[in-house]
Write a protein that binds this ligand. Sequence first.
Ligand SMILES: CC(C)(COP(=O)(O)OP(=O)(O)OC[C@H]1O[C@@H](n2cnc3c(N)ncnc32)[C@H](O)[C@@H]1OP(=O)(O)O)[C@@H](O)C(=O)NCCC(=O)NCCS
Length: 160
Amino acid sequence: MSGDARLSAETRGRVRRARADEPLDAAAALQHQSFTNPWTVESMQWELRETDVARLYLLEDGGALLAYCACWVIFDELHINSLAVAPEARRQGHARRLLQAVFADVTAGGVTGATLEVRRSNVAAVALYERLGFRVEGVRIDYYQHPREDALVLWHRRLI
Ligand SMILES: CC(C)(COP(=O)(O)OP(=O)(O)OC[C@H]1O[C@@H](n2cnc3c(N)ncnc32)[C@H](O)[C@@H]1OP(=O)(O)O)[C@@H](O)C(=O)NCCC(=O)NCCS
């Protein structure tokens, strides 16, 4: 995103892309709270610094992190690798608004479709993505560990 994208007046926070050289402790902490297999701060920073494809979008309100979305942009595809909203801020539309801001940013750069994997039991995430136009296109058996579980493969083929 070129500079910050201010969200509409009635919504909380603003979305921005994290820089490769900034501390990512808040995003890492939220990831640790939200997943059983989180990445380290170092691996998040390495990916942003050393690859052309990795992006980290942050939804912040007054300096507090409400949500993040870690993704790759590979040619015309967006791969969503991790998304989480602070537990106390869930069910307030933050994930939807963050993803809509991400989609607006990447489609401006030529992305046309988006994909991700999600645990089969993650009812909240599947409902969120289906509401945004994603559909289940496949299953990866035993994809996740801790606990072992299948992944649903979701695609949105027409972001624009
Ligand atoms: C999944 C998650 C990102 C949703 O974030 P959120 O900000 O609470 O979602 P939103 O408020 O934007 O919800 C948008 C829509 O998603 C669906 N949804 C979100 N949470 C839901 C839940 N707990 N149960 C059922 N549907 C849910 C609803 O359709 C909702 O619309 P509505 O509130 O008008 O009914 C959040 O629960 C989270 O961080 N979970 C832990 C990490 C995780 O599972 N990430 C996704 C991995 S791919």
